[in-house]
Structures are given as structure tokens and as C-alpha cells.
Design a protein around this ligand. Structure first.
Ligand code: HSE
Length: 440
């Protein structure tokens, strides 16, 4: 019996593209044995044909002409070019040419998802994107297939390997923020523009993709509250560690009576939280479904190998005939009538950690605590904090609050700055216990 053949054209051949080259060319026979499919990488279109490329991709299939991906000798287009301009054109023109598309481009889906989904549904082709969220973790297929029977009430995730690596390396290996980020870039975890990692944008892109799958909404990206890790200092990681907290950049989605609450912010996890121990470039995502309860995916989210694993799983899914059918039938991708829905800020009270460099050092502790109390924040603990690793920075004051509304906290922090109690803008972040679902 002849294996079914599928001819793949790929746009871009960076870190992930090299990984896809390895899996489709080097591992061709093993993949054929496992799937019964003859998947051939027949063309790789890259913008700069002089750049070094995957060791297993022969020169003969490399081209500088992206339009050749739409020729009749390509069945399926894999978009790994990144960004949202050329990538959008590659995807829309492939769809117009009747090709199924696989992409790992979370920015493209977060910003142009409804346009792309509508074009693909109108053309009767599939758009699959397992590699767009958490690289190698089968999160998208997990939700669309494994959890489809559930109403998802909430999800949360550590979705950016670079940030998680930086936070871990600062605390565990004593690296500076800049050195840890440079290492993440060298290891191939970071975006081409690493500002997207550390300012939280990449996490928010992935959050928007997950919100479509979990809640069936297309978030208006500009309305998602996003805070990255740039203001987190070693002092916060050390103080948190002493308090029994681990700092993670969390993406949170909750379905509320008023609509989806989506946000990205650095958060301290208590010792009981299921994400404790997800360190380095590790990613994790939890879903809370009304029937299944809590399900968690955990593994390697960034890097060429894990993301290529996800991309090739989509190629196989399309070649098997499942990918296009799933995409064209599930109503969450029927965006003809969809409007972009605004995301909301969190509305539930949370405990907060506050750190400030105080005028007057340790003597200022009670004054700062009283200032917060005066602004309506119940302070549970307030003390000076010093550590040999940050001794040169002077004395900090750290505080822990009782559960407080975000709006009250924000007003109190503004007041601290205006009143001159803090010498620089205080850092404050929520302390999160494990989510309690209606169906534990
Ligand atoms: N820059 C991303 C990260 C790559 O660090 O997670 C995977 O999307």
C-alpha cells in the first residue's frame, strides 16, 4: 500500500524552521512509519537566501520567492516567518490559493485571527496553530479535542519561556537580568525582538489565542491589561523566596458574568500553587472545566525542537484529514458575525506584595504601612528587607496586604508616590493561591 503523500512548503527557516526541517527531512522515514504518511518538505521560502539554514534542508528546495509557495506542487503552507506584515500576506495568499495553513505565529493570530479564520472558512481550508502557544505542549489540540465537552471557567498559564528563564536564572544562578536575557536569546528561546518577551506582549498574544479556544471570544488585543517583568528586581525574587513565594509571569483568563477577564502580570505564587517548580524555560497551562475539573499541561514551551514538534503535529493532522474538518466545523472559528470583545481587568480582591525603596530606610516602615492603611489597604506585614546580594541598593521596605481590590491598591500606590514616602515608584504584585474552581 502506498502512503498518502503531502507536499509541504515553508515560509521562513529560523530556529523553529530548522527544527521542522529536521523532523520532516532527517526523520522522514520514522514519521512515515508512525503515521502512514509520506510528508515531504518540497520548498522553503526565505527572505535572505544567504543566511545559514537548517543542516537537513537541501539548497535545491530553498527559494527567495514567497509566491512560489502557492504553486500547485505545494499542498500545505507552513508559516514560520514571524511578524505580522509579511506573515499575514503569506497566510492570506496561501488561503486564497486553496492551501491549508500551519502557523506558529501567535502575534498574527492575536492581531488578525478573525480576518484569517474568516478567509480560511470561506475558502474551505484549515488554519492550524498548535505551535503558537507553549511550543511543544499539546495545549490547542488538548482543548479542542480532549476538553471540548467542557465549559471552561478559567485558565492560567506560564506562557513565555524567556521570562521564566530570566526569573529563574536571576534567583538560582545569580545572573543579572541582562545576562539572563542574553542567554535566553543565545539559546533560541527569545523572540527576534526580545522586548516582546519581557514586556509581556508575547504572553498576551498567547493569552488571546487561548481565550478564543477556551471561551469562544476574540479579544480586542489592545484592551488586554499587560505588565511584563522589566520592573521585577532581584530584591523582589529574594524577598518573595523568603516569604515562600515564587515569582512567575502569569497569563490569566476567567469567564465572569460580565464577560472575559484577561490579563498578564507578574505574580507571586504561594507554595501550594500547581505551577511551583515550573522553572527555567518551562511552560505550564491549567484549564478548569465544569466536567473535567483541573487539567494541567507542563513542559518545554520555547525553542526550536519543542515548537517544531507542535508544527509537525499540525501537518500530520491536516494530512490525516482531521485538521481542515475540525477548523471548518468548530463555531469558535466562525468569525463572520464576531466582533472583537474587550477584555477586563481582574475584579476579585487579591493579597498584594509591595516593595519600595524608602526615604529614611528601616525607620520608614511604620510610616509607609500607615500610609497604605490610610488609603484603605489592610496591611498584614511590613518590614525592612536587606540581602547581601542587593546590599548595594540600600534598604527596602516590603509589605504584604490582606485581600484588596486592585483599584484600591492602585490608588494607594499612587498616593505613596505623591506623598513622597517612596523614593521611586513602588513595585507591587498580587499573591495568588491555587484557583478554586466550581468543580474542584
Ligand atoms: N519567545 C517565546 C518564549 C518563544 O520565550 O516563550 C515561544 O513562543
Amino acid at each position: 500500500m502506498h502512503a498518502k503523500s503531502i507536499r509541504v512548503g515553508m515560509a521562513g527557516c529560523g530556529t523553529v524552521g530548522c527544527g521542522v526541517g529536521d523532523l520532516l527531512i532527517r526523520d522522514h522515514d520514522a514519521l512515515a512509519a508512525r503515521t502512514g504518511l509520506d510528508i515531504r518538505l518540497v520548498r522553503v521560502a526565505i527572505r535572505d537566501v544567504c543566511k545559514s539554514r537548517a543542516p537537513h534542508v537541501p539548497d535545491a528546495i530553498i527559494t527567495g520567492d514567497l509566491a512560489t509557495l502557492n504553486r500547485a506542487d505545494v499542498d500545505l503552507v507552513v508559516e514560520l516567518i514571524g511578524g505580522t506584515t509579511v506573515a499575514r500576506q503569506v497566510v492570506l495568499s496561501a488561503i486564497a490559493a486553496g492551501k491549508d495553513v500551519v502557523t506558529a505565529n501567535k502575534a498574527l493570530l492575536a492581531l488578525h485571527g478573525p480576518e484569517i479564520y474568516a478567509a480560511a472558512r470561506a475558502a474551505g481550508v484549515g488554519v492550524l496553530f498548535e505551535g503558537s502557544v507553549c511550543g511543544g505542549l499539546p495545549v490547542i489540540g488538548g482543548v479542542l479535542r480532549g476538553l471540548i465537552a467542557n465549559r471552561i471557567d478559567a485558565f492560567e498559564g506560564i506562557l513565555n519561556g524567556t521570562c521564566n528563564y530570566v526569573l529563574t536564572e536571576m534567583l538560582v544562578a545569580g545572573k543579572s537580568f541582562a545576562d539572563a536575557l542574553a542567554d535566553a536569546q543565545r539559546l533560541g528561546y527569545a523572540e527576534a525582538d526580545p522586548a516582546l518577551d519581557i514586556n509581556g506582549t508575547d504572553t498576551a498574544h498567547k493569552l488571546a489565542v487561548l481565550a478564543t479556544l477556551a471561551f469562544g471570544v476574540h479579544a480586542d488585543f489592545a484592551t488586554i491589561p499587560v505588565e511584563g517583568i522589566t520592573r521585577i528586581g532581584l530584591v523582589d525574587l529574594l524577598a518573595g523566596h523568603e516569604l515562600g513565594f515564587a515569582c512567575k509571569l502569569l497569563a490569566v483568563g476567567r469567564m465572569t458574568e460580565d464577560g472575559p477577564a484577561l490579563y498578564v502580570r507578574p505574580t507571586f505564587l504561594t507554595r501550594e500553587h500547581p505551577f511551583v517548580g515550573v522553572d527555567g524555560r518551562g511552560n505550564a497551562v491549567s484549564f478548569y472545566g465544569h466536567s473535567v475539573g483541573h487539567v494541567m499541561f507542563k513542559g518545554m514551551g520555547a525553542g526550536g525542537g519543542p515548537t517544531a514538534s507542535a508544527v509537525v503535529s499540525d501537518v500530520v493532522e491536516i494530512a490525516l484529514g482531521n485538521g481542515r474538518r475540525t477548523f471548518t466545523q468548530l463555531p469558535m472559528f466562525d468569525t463572520a458575525a464576531a466582533t472583537r470583545q474587550a477584555a477586563m481587568r481582574p475584579t476579585a480582591p487579591a493579597r498584594f506584595y509591595v516593595r519600595c525603596a524608602a526615604r529614611g530606610g528601616a525607620a520608614a516602615v511604620s510610616g509607609i504601612a500607615d500610609g497604605l492603611r490610610g488609603a484603605g489597604v489592610a496591611v498584614q506585614e511590613a518590614r525592612p528587607f536587606t540581602h547581601p546580594a542587593v546590599a548595594a541598593e540600600g534598604t527596602y521596605v516590603i509589605l504584604l496586604t490582606a485581600p484588596t481590590m486592585e483599584s484600591t491598591m492602585r490608588a494607594a500606590i499612587d498616593g505613596m508616590q505623591k506623598g513622597g514616602a517612596a523614593t521611586e515608584a513602588p513595585v507591587y504584585l498580587p499573591v495568588t493561591d491555587p484557583f478554586v474552581s466550581s468543580n474542584p
